[in-house]
Design a protein. Structure first.
Length: 100
């Protein structure tokens, strides 16, 4: 993601340079877009590789996502949408925002 800072500065430079010729600006935008597409593709692949490596190191390669959908015994659908439930959810989001 450090390379993204460079792209951000270059993109901001293109945005601030409004006085360049319209043809040059269009070509620069197309080139910048192509570079960003290639960067995003490479970043996504590197991220997938990193996640696969972490999954292997943690011994989670045989873990199935079906385990994530286990029904919770303490979940009550009737409480969904109530004021207290909404307050608890907001408080949990606020605490996550505050400490992260």
């Amino acid at each position: 993601t450090q390379l993204l800072c460079i792209f951000g500065v270059v993109g901001a430079g293109f945005h601030l340079a409004q006085n360049i010729n319209i043809e040059v600006r269009r070509v620069a935008q197309i080139v910048f877009t192509c570079i960003m597409v290639v960067w995003a593709t490479v970043f996504n692949q590197l991220f997938l590789n990193r996640m696969a490596r972490a999954r292997q190191e943690w011994g989670m390669q045989d873990f199935e996502s079906a385990y994530l959908s286990i029904d919770r015994a303490d979940y009550n659908f009737e409480l969904e949408g109530r004021v207290m439930q909404t307050c608890k959810r907001f408080l949990s989001y606020f605490m996550c925002f505050l400490f992260c």
